[in-house]
Design a protein around this ligand. Structure first.
Ligand SMILES: C[C@H](O)[C@H](O)[C@@H](O)C(=O)CO
Ligand code: MN
Length: 419
């Protein structure tokens, strides 16, 4: 029997097995097909970008590793993303940072960026059937320091306010061009290495900066605000903490971004979904994998990711949740990193779509908690992977580990030749 016949046969059996617990597999496949994941540009080149002045690094984040083949220009980022797309089913988005503009070799400072620096990206994305999301970039610049939008120094603060306003205008232009809202994320590293006696003051300044930035209403972009627990060399205090942005988001109806690497390791990000859905308009996710800290490891199919996906499906909130990735591992094949991360995220959602929810909820309503736990446990080993293989087969992408040689081939022919 050929591999595809085997996949087909296993799928038919899985379908029956799932039907027995009240799950419609065809519907689950449709849902998975609709799940659009925003591929972050920064795994291609270790968050360096293409500014002529150069990204200085630092500002609380750090890509570690020196695996060969980093993308060195826009053409290489695009080629790498195109390669990634050949290994994943579904239709996806592309998440661009402001430092990845096409600056034509000119020194364009961050308070000077314009939509014209991103028209090439828009054109490319249209050709590749991708929608673009956007991010302001406040890190890795001579004016980044420890404080940007929360800086008491008006000149520095105004520089970053201008950058962020321009990032919103660029997002608006992108959204208009692609006839689909561009989701713009705002993350700043602002904080203190050591103890501060001015926690309130910096947060007051940040609130004022955000009010100024968000004063212009746009129709074709949506604002997201991303908190963080701490950054490297900014361990004692983060101005934009989760409480801060949760409060701001609820008050001003902004989208709160949940980066799964930005919380205490024993904190459940999945548990936050239902609360945010009640008080904020939508949710943006940065799916990541923290190992001991916000290490930005490649997403894998672990308990945290599965539980996060399940909570979104259980809340029937896919139309209010934007799923993006955020990892940057420079120690392994970067294209492989994307493929593993996207596929793991898709698998997690597929498991959510295949959950025997009606039966579980019936048990819960009846107070049958043994039965609920038993079915939750059994559901883990229902043949979801047969459905996954079928999704890959019918999406014309490699089934199972077959993507490994395909990624190796691109490495041999393309990325290994980059110096
Ligand atoms: C490069 C991204 O903006 C960055 O990863 C941010 O989203 C973040 O998570 C910082 O830790
Ligand atoms: Mn993030």
């Amino acid at each position: 029997m050929s591999k595809s016949e085997l996949v087909q046969k296993s799928f038919e059996i899985a379908k029956e097995r799932y039907a027995a617990v009240g799950v419609d597999v065809e519907q689950a496949l449709k849902n998975l097909q609709k799940l659009s994941i925003s591929l972050h540009c920064w795994q291609t080149d270790d968050v360096v970008g293409f500014e002529t002045l150069g990204n200085q690094g630092g500002s609380g984040i750090q890509a570690t590793g020196n695996y060969p083949g980093r993308a060195r220009n826009i053409g290489e980022v695009q080629a790498d993303i195109e390669e990634v797309l050949t290994h994943i089913g579904g239709t996806h988005r592309f998440n661009l940072h402001a430092i990845y503009g096409d600056f034509g070799g000119k020194p364009v400072d961050r308070d000077q960026i314009e939509p014209s620096h991103f028209t090439g990206w828009m054109q490319w994305a249209k050709e590749k059937n991708l929608k673009i999301d956007f991010n302001s970039s406040s890190f890795g610049h001579p004016k980044s320091g420890d404080l940007t939008l929360a800086n008491p120094d008006k000149a520095i603060r105004d520089f970053w306010i201008e950058h962020t306003k321009r990032s919103r205008a660029i997002s608006e232009a992108i959204g208009k061009f692609q006839n689909d809202p561009c989701i713009m994320n705002l993350w700043i590293h602002d904080g203190m290495k050591d103890l501060t006696v001015n926690r309130l003051k910096y947060r007051q300044i940040l609130e004022q900066s955000l009010d100024d930035i968000f004063a212009t209403e746009y129709k074709n972009m949506k604002d997201c605000i991303e908190s963080k627990l701490f950054g490297i060399a900014l361990e004692s205090y983060t101005v934009g903490s989760h409480d801060f942005y949760l409060g701001y988001g609820a008050k001003k109806q902004k989208i709160v971004t949940l980066d799964t690497g930005h919380f205490h390791l024993t904190e459940s990000v999945a548990d936050k979904i239902s609360s945010l859905l009640l008080f904020t308009p939508e949710i943006m996710l940065h799916v990541s994998r923290p190992v001991r800290w916000d290490s930005d490891h490649v997403v894998t199919l672990n308990e945290d990711t599965i539980e996060l996906a399940r909570e979104i499906v259980r809340a029937d909130a896919l139309d209010r949740v934007h799923v993006g990735l955020d990892f940057f591992d420079a120690s392994i094949n970067r294209i492989g990193a994307y493929v593993i991360g996207v596929r793991a995220t898709q698998k997690a959602f597929l498991q959510g779509f295949l959950e025997p929810l009606a039966q579980l909820r019936e048990y819960e309503a009846n107070g049958q908690y043994f039965e609920r736990l038993a079915l939750l446990e059994e559901a883990k080993s229902l043949p979801w992977n047969a459905v996954w293989d079928y999704f890959c087969l019918s999406s014309n992408v490699e089934v199972g580990e077959d993507f490994i040689p395909a990624v190796q081939k691109y490495e041999k022919n393309v990325t290994s030749k980059r110096s």
